[in-house]
Ligand binder design. Structure first.
Ligand code: HEC
Length: 104
């Protein structure tokens, strides 16, 4: 279930890098992503047991966050609750951001 293609919502063209959803600036996403650093490390590069986000496939990040939000992730301890506070476009922006295709 996790590895199946979900790149389409991020961009119309499957082979190109994901782009930020309409209405998002790099600054917007930097603020959103800043809260993740407490657990996932500076810039999403973990220094502990919590997964590193930076550099993972955008489609993987997107699927994981959507699964957390929908309470479909069996391994969730905290992310299922956290993701309730983010809408779909914010989740897409965060996936693009941490996949490194969007940089400050
Ligand atoms: C309170 C600590 C905490 C915060 C804050 C947090 N996370 Fe997480 N995150 C976790 C933990 C712990 C996991 C492992 C799954 C679980 O236990 O829920 C995880 C897993 C993930 C995963 C799955 C990674 C993978 O490869 O499987 C993604 C994606 C993710 N978080 C994104 C985010 C984003 C984006 C933010 C900021 C909006 C964020 N997280 C904020 C603790 C946190």
């Amino acid at each position: 279930m996790l590895a199946l293609a979900l790149a389409a919502p991020l961009s119309g063209t499957a082979q190109t890098a994901p782009v930020l959803p309409a209405g998002f600036s790099v600054q917007n996403v930097a603020v959103l992503a800043g809260t993740c650093a407490n657990c996932h490390g500076p810039q999403g590069r973990s220094t502990g047991g919590i997964p590193t986000l930076r550099g993972q496939d955008a489609s993987h990040l997107l699927q994981r966050m959507q699964a957390f939000k929908a309470n479909r992730a069996a391994d969730a301890t905290i992310m299922n609750r956290l993701m309730q506070g983010y809408d779909e476009s914010q989740i897409q922006a965060l996936a693009a951001w941490f996949s490194q295709e969007v940089q400050p």
